[in-house]
Ligand binder design. Structure first.
Ligand code: G4P
Length: 535
C-alpha cells in the first residue's frame, strides 16, 4: 500500500468528557466492537483514575495501566483507528490540551442527565481554538434524563456550533425504546444488557410506522415530533462544515448497554478526517527559518513528542516519549534525530499501543502514535525526524496559576533534586522556574494535585525529600521583545523577577494581576505571553 493509502485509512481521535459521563465504558465498547479486545471489563483498571479527585496516590499505583491504555490502536473496516484518552482530573488539564494537539478529531461523551459539564467546557474551548471536528455522543439514555431537544440546545450553545442529530432517541429511562437512525430511516430497538452485539439488536424500517406505533405507542410519535422539530431547528448534515469544526453530529445511546455505540464507531470511520497537513518551521543550513507544510504522505519521517511519561519501574529512569507521526513511515532500526539537540535518538525500545498491551512497532504512518523508551534526551514538544531540519510548533504550555518554593530537606541531595526537577519539568508534570537571581527553585502548576504528585515522585524516584513552601508569585508571563536591547533593559529593571523555565525560556514572575499592566506601561515594546508554544 502506498503512503497515501496508508494515511488515508487512519483516524486519530481523542475521547473527551467530564468524569463519570461514561468515557471508560464507551472506550471499552469501541475496542470490543472493533475486535481489539475480546471481553468487556478489560479497560476497567483505568477506573482508578476516576478516584483522582481525592486519592492521587491511586493514580501513581495505576500509572502502569494508564500508560498502557492512554493510547489505543484498533483496526475496523480496513481502517486503523488511534484512540487517545484524556486525563479525567482537571488538575492535569495541561496534559489533556497537549493530547488534543496530537489528534485530528474528538469524540465528546455527555451524560444525558447532566448535559455539558464544567470540564467538558474547557476541553471544547481547546478543540474550538484548533477547529478540531467534534462528534457528540449523548450517553445513558436508559436513565431518567433530560429532554433530548434541551440537550441539543445546550450543546449548540456550549459548542457555539450547530448540531446535526444522526440518531434520535425514542423514550428514555424505563421507557427507552431505541434510536431512530435518520440516515438509514430505521429504528434500532433497545434491549438492556452488556452482552449484546450490535448485530443482535432488532432493526425496523421507519416505513413500517404502524408496527412501530403499535409497539412503542405514544413514545414513538413523540420522538417523531421532537425529531422533526430538531431537524427543522438544526443544521443539515454538511461534511465540510464538520471537518472545519463548525458543526457537530449528535448520536444518542447507552454505552453500558452496548447500544448506539456501533453508530459512533462507524461515524469515526466515515466522518472523521484522516491525518492532515501540519505546519512546521524549516531550519535552513545557515539557521534561517521558514514556515513549511508537512503532508502526511511525504516520504521523510517526522513526528512530534506530545507527552512524556516516566516508566513504571522506579529503578530504571526510563521514560516513554509519545510521538504522533506527522509524515512518512517509521520502521525499526531507522536512524532518528531529535531536532532540538541535533542528537541521534537511541531508544531502548519502540512500541505501539494495542489496547492493553504494548508491541514492538513494525511500521507506523502519519496519525499513528508510537512510544520511544529512552533514558532521557527527549522533551515534550521535541520534533523527531529521519534527518530533515524541521521543528513543529503548537504544543502549548500555559502560564501557571499557582506557585511553590522548593526547599530540600537534605542539602546533600541537591544533585538528585536538580535532576528530578529537570526531568519532571521536561515531562510536563510541572513547570520549573529557576530564578535568575539565584535561590530556591520555583514550581508552577495549573492544579494543586500536580504539586503533590511532584513532591511524591521526587521522594520515591529521586530520593530527594522536599518541603513545598508558599510562594509570593501568583502568575508568570513568558517574555520576548523586538530587539535584544529592549530585553536587556527590561531584565535590568526587574532583576528579582526574572526566571528561566525547564526549556530555558525567559519568564517574568508576577505577584499580582497589576504587575503585568504596570510593567507593560513602563516597557511598551516587551511582549508578555500567557502561553508558550514549544519553539
Ligand atoms: P468515565 O470514564 O467518564 O469517568 O465514566 P465510566 O465509563 O467509568 O462510567 C461512569 C459510571 O456510569 C459507571 O458506573 C458506568 O457503569 C455508568 N455508565 C456508563 N454508561 C452508562 C449508560 O449508558 N447507562 C447507565 N445507566 N450507566 C452508565 P459506576 O456505578 O460508577 O461503575 P460500575 O460499578 O457500573 O462499573
Amino acid at each position: 500500500m502506498t503512503y497515501e493509502n496508508e494515511t488515508r485509512r487512519r483516524r486519530t481521535f481523542a475521547i473527551i468528557s467530564h468524569p463519570d459521563a461514561g468515557k471508560t465504558t464507551l472506550t471499552e465498547k469501541l475496542l470490543l466492537f472493533s475486535g481489539a479486545i475480546q471481553i468487556a471489563g478489560a479497560v476497567k483498571g483505568r477506573k482508578a483514575s476516576r478516584h483522582a479527585t481525592s486519592d492521587w496516590m491511586e493514580i501513581e499505583k495505576q500509572r502502569g495501566i494508564s500508560v498502557a491504555s492512554s493510547v489505543m490502536q484498533m483496526s475496523y473496516r480496513d481502517h486503523v483507528i488511534n484512540l487517545l484518552d484524556t486525563p479525567g482530573h482537571k488538575d492535569f488539564s495541561e496534559d489533556t490540551y497537549r493530547v488534543l494537539t496530537a489528534v485530528d478529531s474528538a469524540l465528546m461523551v455527555i451524560d444525558a442527565a447532566n448535559g455539558v459539564e464544567s470540564q467538558t467546557r474547557r476541553l471544547i474551548e481547546v478543540c474550538r481554538q484548533r477547529d478540531t471536528p467534534i462528534i457528540t455522543f449523548v450517553n445513558k439514555m436508559d436513565r431518567e434524563v433530560r429532554d433530548p431537544l434541551d440537550i441539543l440546545d445546550e450543546v449548540e450553545r456550549e459548542l457555539k456550533m450547530p448540531c446535526c442529530p444522526i440518531t434520535w432517541p425514542v423514550g428514555q429511562g424505563k421507557g427507552f425504546g431505541g434510536i431512530i437512525n435518520l440516515q438509514t430511516q430505521s429504528m434500532t430497538v433497545f434491549q438492556p444488557g452488556s452482552d449484546k452485539r450490535p448485530q443482535d439488536f432488532e432493526v425496523i424500517p421507519l416505513a413500517e410506522s404502524d408496527r412501530l406505533r403499535a409497539r412503542f405507542g405514544q413514545a414513538f410519535d413523540d420522538a417523531l415530533e421532537a425529531m422533526e422539530l430538531a431537524q427543522g431547528a438544526s443544521a443539515e448534515w454538511d461534511h465540510e462544515a464538520f471537518l472545519a469544526g463548525k458543526l457537530t453530529p449528535v448520536f444518542f445511546g447507552s454505552g453500558v448497554n452496548n447500544f448506539g455505540v456501533m453508530e459512533v464507531l462507524d461515524a469515526v470511520v466515515d466522518m472523521s478526517p484522516p491525518p492532515g497537513d501540519r505546519t512546521s518551521r524549516l531550519i535552513g543550513r545557515n539557521g534561517e527559518v521558514t514556515e513549511t507544510t508537512i503532508h502526511p504522505a511525504d516520504k521523510a519521517f517526522s513526528g512530534v513528542v506530545f507527552k512524556v511519561q516516566a516508566n513504571m519501574d522506579a529503578n530504571h529512569r526510563d521514560r516513554i516519549a509519545f510521538v504522533r507521526v506527522a509524515s512518512g513511515k517509521y520502521t525499526p532500526g531507522m536512524k532518528l534525530k531529535v531536532q532540538r539537540s541535533g542528537k541521534e535518538l537511541r531508544p531502548t525500545s519502540v512500541v505501539t499501543f494495542m489496547s492493553q498491551r504494548r508491541e514492538a512497532v513494525e511500521e507506523a504512518y502519519a496519525g499513528d502514535i508510537i512510544g520511544f523508551t529512552t533514558h532521557g534526551g527527549v522533551q515534550l514538544g521535541d520534533t523527531i525526524t529521519d534527518g530533515a531540519n524541521l521543528q513543529f510548533t503548537g504544543l502549548p504550555f500555559f502560564a501557571p496559576e499557582m506557585f511553590a518554593t522548593v526547599v530540600l530537606k537534605n542539602p546533600l541531595r541537591t544533585k538528585q533534586l536538580q535532576q528530578g526537577l529537570m526531568q519532571l519539568g521536561e515531562e510536563g508534570a510541572i513547570q520549573v522556574f529557576k530564578p535568575d537571581a539565584g535561590g530556591n527553585m520555583l514550581l508552577g502548576a495549573v492544579g494543586q494535585l500536580q504539586f503533590e504528585v511532584v513532591q511524591h515522585r521526587l521522594k520515591t524516584e529521586y530520593d530527594a525529600e522536599v518541603r513545598l513552601e508558599p510562594s509570593q508569585y501568583t502568575s508568570a508571563r513568558w517574555i520576548s521583545a523586538e530587539t535584544p536591547d529592549e530585553l536587556k533593559k527590561f531584565e535590568a529593571a526587574y532583576p528579582l523577577r526574572m526566571a528561566h523555565d525547564a526549556a530555558n525560556a525567559l519568564a517574568y514572575m508576577c505577584t499580582s494581576p497589576y504587575d503585568v499592566r504596570l510593567a507593560q506601561e513602563r516597557f511598551p515594546k516587551i511582549i508578555f505571553h500567557p502561553l508558550r508554544e514549544h519553539a
